[in-house]
Design a protein around this ligand. Sequence first.
Ligand code: DPP
Ligand code: ZN
Length: 883
Amino acid sequence: PREIFLKDYKMPDYYFDTVDLTFSLGEEKTIVSSKIAVYPRIEGSTPPLVLDGRDLSLVSIHLNGKALKEEDYHLDARHLTIQSPPSGKYDLEIVTDICPQKNTSLEGLYKSSGNFCTQCEAEGFRKITFYQDRPDIMAKYTVRIEADKSLYPVLLSNGNLAEQGDLEDGRHYAVWEDPFKKPSYLFALVAGQLQSRDDTFITHSGRMVSLRIWTPADDVPKTVHAMYSLKAAMKWDEDVFGLEYDLDLFNVVAVPDFNMGAMENKSLNIFNSKLVLASPETATDADYAAILGVIGHEYFHNWTGNRVTCRDWFQLSLKEGLTVFRDQEFSSDMGSRTVKRIADVSKLRNYQFPQDAGPMAHPVRPHSYIKMDNFYTVTVYEKGAEVVRMYKTLLGSQGFRKGMDLYFKRHDGQAVTCEDFFAAMRDANDADFANFLLWYSQAGTPVVKVNTSYNPEAHTFSLKFSQEIPPTPGQSVKEPTFIPVAMGLLDSTGKDIPLSTVYHNGTLLSVSSNDQSVCTTVLRVTKKEEEFVFTNIFERPIPSLLRGYSAPVRLESDLTDSDLFFLLANDSDEFNRWEAGQVLARKLMLHLVDDLQHNKPLVLNSNFVEGFKRILCDSSLDKEFVAKAITLPGEGEIMDMMGVADPDAVHAVRTFIRKQLASKLRSEFLSTVENNRSSEEYVFNHSNLARRALKNVALAYLGCLEEQEFTNLVLHEYKTATNMTEQFAALVAIAQNPGKTRDDVLADFYGKWQHDFLVVNKWFALQAMSDIPGNVENVRKLLSHPAFDLRNPNKVYSLIGGFCGSPVNFHAKDGLGYKFLGEIVLQLDKLNPQVASRMVSAFSRWRRYDEDRQKLAKAQLERIMSTNGLSENVFEIASKSLA
Ligand code: DPP
Ligand code: ZN
């Protein structure tokens, strides 16, 4: 397999002006006819025209109406090359046959539950027809679809419906025209038996847009929330960024077989059903929140991704980092900003930090790839969003908006790079961004150390920063980068101290522009080591550092436990209150892991229980915040901080702390459950979901005690629940403990919901993630459950992905977990390389474990590598993991 490098980027020799596609959809095969208007980038030049194509059977090629002879072109497994094309403009007509029915990779054109649909990002369009399948080729598309009318009554593509009508033999057609130039990865087609929920949105300038969400008829009632989310997103983008929708129709289609979450095809978004369908009885609050966020995300791509797209795939974060940032802000504005920030930072820590510290570590803008699909990562998406957030932290909301406005003014209709975004932010604000661009090119999570000191005579408080970015594959030496550190100082009563002046390496900086003092300032940390000194500080302050998590770094400060308890109780920055609790919990957990490894008895620090209780019982706090604050850091997060990750010890310690807390605070937890029941109808709004979140966390704590009283309580909650959020939380609480009750309730749940595949997936995931010893056998059995299907990505993500997320069973010392995954990856790779490659990634951090586990995991990776016919997707992850 060939590696592709950013430094080798070349502009295309040819551009395409218009593309006319005709699809004749059939049961045996589908015939795709394309007519492309080609013109050279440099007038008069005639280098060979190279088109991408995979798994296509070529029927004919015509150039300006004349059939090409075989000696005029060259065809291999990846390309169609026309050696000596004419000079100037010409029309190229190509006919190919494809077989969507046999396409289990779910990229290109394929069938899902009897309907035709497409997925072209990143490089699926080349499985539909021969084309320059790269994002800097932007053309206007006209698409004609022909199909059997009774089997495929609905025919959709991008843009506006121009024409439709009947044909002979019970067939019909539709013609769609997209007035906007677009790259091929945004092409979409859907044909099938679907019905829509219809609504309208009046844009800021008074245009009426038709909105349609398409699903199989039975599911239409479950699209209320998706429609609500879409309209909210459209309004929000107008209000916050001044961005209006640009066509008269916006379609969303939900399909059950989809590799990713969703896809932002111009005016025809295609979604994984999981991210569209919801009803109170079948979807949890987490599902509702995910739908809101992803409907928003795909809609926001219309400007950040579609109107302005990426020059090449290395620039993926240009659209994804920015659009994730936008959807995070949208969700924050629709719910609790602090809680959303907490959730996003947790995701970063639990998934992106490990990636950044492992063999697949790559910069937000990767330097190379073998298969682009492998770079739709938490680094490109979530760390990329943090990079965008830092611009906003540095520029403020208005400055950030100015930068966005300039970005669109300069680049609407273009395919551009991360530097172009950077330059728009800089130029619109006349800003000095120092070495900020390094965030795009250096992998690895910076470690920032802070030493504080107070001088009571001089009334100064000093912060000494040092930063270090650990080496990552291919990048052994790093430069210091620009880290915006938002911070404040608390006085001994817990109030913010107004900040007036700060000296930076001896130079006076004013903290605010209009001479008013502020309570939070953003320090520009850009060097390997530097010092900031605050003056006029009349008592030793407690610093609140990295407020709102202003940069994606690991912060190590010299704050004591008592400082942290103080911040937990008093910080005006709510995010940092949570963070103080997490720092304490991480320290505590690491400490207990060490005790356990040295056979010392485990004892839970009573200050921790006290601090925890204060938060749990503080009725002035937002309930969703409390739910987050009383949730311990994840096991992955703790393992990530250890020299040698010890999954059994971390799991044992986390369980120990949970049981201790539950036992010491049983009456508090019980009243939390009782006081947060509600008989009202389910509503997805902040106060209701916050109440449910708190109740469910408390219930899970009580459930882990394995006492009859609480088992009865959890069973009662399970039986009386009127929505999936509470029912599933009760099921999870019961399923923690092996035994007959667990088995009965799991069977009951399946019996109730077997007709609903999305609920059944939750049931698979819950069992797969179980930490009951020897669970691999149960997961193996579930593989042959009638509801399971290796060809459906959601089912694989639930059962196999869920299993890999269980530290105890996936990493079982006997190696059976690794062996299981090794077998599945090879089976999956034949069906769907993208999904197989996601699954094989669970092995990538094998070097983090003890020698025995290393040997066992390595053997599986080697077995995978030695298999013939491996996909490039799996090859890349497995080979880089072993390197
Ligand atoms: N572009 C999609 C998204 O992230 C993923 N392919 O929205
Ligand atoms: Zn996206």
